[in-house]
Design a protein around this ligand. Structure first.
Ligand code: ADP
Ligand code: MG
Length: 445
């Protein structure tokens, strides 16, 4: 039955809507299908009822009938990295998300072995190794800073992995400044400050990512100050990352700034050509794909600043090769990469992007701009925000206005998707295809 359905709709529609469906049995002569929520139920009734009944007819049913039921919420509980953030406290209903849910585990790929050392990052790397070897005894805190996509998160996780492995009894906590803030808000709201403090003050290694987001958050700064002191006094290791050095973080309290400067501050710069080639080479090896040296060099010459984009360009070349069934060569790679570097010339409108995303995922434009929070709509919406951010020159507030949301929602969405790009190859391919669709280049595929 699903084979029939699959033949009649696009792959993306199939994955968006049909993969989560569960057959629940037959009732009053009708096949009962479990769907994830009431939005999906209506969507199925409106768009897929006929198709599903055709499919049954195709299998020989004389009076085909399909009904839908909403699956119990447990099945929805799987949290994917693209799930939306919890709504702010004021709009929250009775659902209580335990603060544990913000605890993110370490990315298994972000280990020292996978970190290519070059002149751009060797100091940061050496400091991270030293700290990993004897936490709390060398540089405390270790403050890593550098532009986005240069390996700060990777290095922090690497220290975390190392410590967990060498000293299994030690407690390691990795947290983004955003989740630290959310945890604090939740703890205040739920009257759980004691738990909050215990959690953050009982670790041996605390990794706090993107600390620049403390700017302007007075209550969070205050709490973080006490967390910092408690750990520091007990000789527990703290590693912080930021896109800029402490002195450039505006509206950061002086007492925090000076504490951040107590240990070692080290930066990561953009990688040189040789380092970029080495990173690409390692990536290709991990993916077990044979990419000729001249192709690696071509990519490394074109993408110069952000390592995530560098990896994205490799994914793009590999995707182009497998979708077109042509071997990876320099000429082919140049073609696959062309529109990355010409896209700025084309004036792209926000509505172009929205239309492309709506068509691609089979979700109406109104739903993308609407308030719905179900996954089938939220994920495409976040992808649309990400694409608009990367393909147009609109600012976060402008994009927010377009979607009827504030800029922090857009920021969150673009970061979420951005974090996945390059890691999740399916998502990366979808994004590449969407870019082409927006630019009217899809026939290239
Ligand atoms: P940041 O936190 O600075 O924005 P990330 O740590 O998220 O950057 O790195 C972006 C991507 O680039 C990740 O996939 C990471 O594994 C990769 N990366 C960064 N630096 C290196 C490096 N020196 N060697 C290998 N991969 C790297
Ligand atoms: Mg990071």
């Amino acid at each position: 039955m699903l084979t029939y359905v699959r033949k009649n709709i696009t792959e993306v529609e199939y994955r968006t809507w049909f993969v989560p469906v569960r057959p629940l049995g037959v009732q009053d002569g009708a096949l009962v299908l479990g769907v994830r929520n009431s939005f999906a139920m209506e969507w199925f009734r409106k768009h897929y009822q006929d198709l599903l009944e055709d499919a049954l007819r195709h299998l020989g049913a004389q009076h085909p009938a399909v009904t839908f039921e909403v699956l119990p919420a447990v099945q929805e509980a799987m949290i994917s990295p693209l799930d939306p953030p919890a709504p702010p406290p004021s709009t929250r209903s009775s659902i209580i998300v335990p603060s544990e849910s913000s605890r993110r585990s370490l990315n298994p790929k972000y280990i020292f072995e996978n970190f290519v050392v070059g002149p751009n990052n060797n100091l940061a790397h050496a400091a991270a190794l030293a700290v990993a070897d004897s936490p709390g005894k060398t540089y405390n805190p270790l403050f890593l800073y550098g532009d986005v996509g240069l390996g700060k998160t990777h290095l922090m996780h690497a220290v975390g992995h190392y410590v967990v492995e060498k000293h299994p009894e030690k407690r390691v906590e990795y947290v983004t400044t955003e989740s630290f803030t959310n945890d604090l808000i939740n703890a205040i709201r739920d009257d759980k400050m004691t738990q909050f403090r215990n959690r953050y003050r009982s670790v041996d290694l605390l990794l706090v990512d993107d600390i620049q987001f403390l700017a302007g958050k007075e209550r969070t700064q205050e709490e973080f100050f006490h967390t910092f002191n408690a750990l520091y006094e007990n000789h527990k290791q703290i590693i912080l990352s930021s896109d800029r050095p402490p002195k450039d973080i505006q509206t950061l309290e002086g007492r925090l700034r000076s504490r951040f400067e107590w240990g070692l501050i080290t930066d990561i710069q953009s990688p040189e050509f040789e380092t970029r080639v080495a990173i690409l080479k390692m990536n290709a090896e991990h993916k077990r794909i044979n990419v000729p040296q001249d192709v690696l060099e071509l990519i490394a010459r074109q993408v110069t600043s952000n390592i995530r984009e560098l990896e994205g360009a490799l994914v793009r070349v590999v995707a182009y090769s497998s979708l077109n069934n042509v071997p990876i060569s320099k000429a082919m790679a140049a073609k696959a990469l062309t529109d990355v570097f010409t896209s700025q010339d084309v004036q792209i409108e926000m509505s172009d992007v929205l239309r492309a995303v709506a068509e691609h995922y089979g979700v109406p434009i109104e739903a993308l701009k609407g308030a719905g929070r179900i996954r089938e709509v939220v994920v495409p919406r976040q992808i649309a925000m990400y694409l608009i951010r990367s393909m147009t020159s609109h600012s976060l507030p402008e994009i927010g206005m377009f979607f009827g949301r504030d800029h922090s929602t857009v920021l969150h969405a673009t970061q979420k998707v951005g974090e996945q790009v390059g890691k999740d190859s399916e998502l990366t391919q979808q994004i590449e295809m969407l870019k082409r669709r927006v630019q009217g280049l899809e026939e290239l595929f």
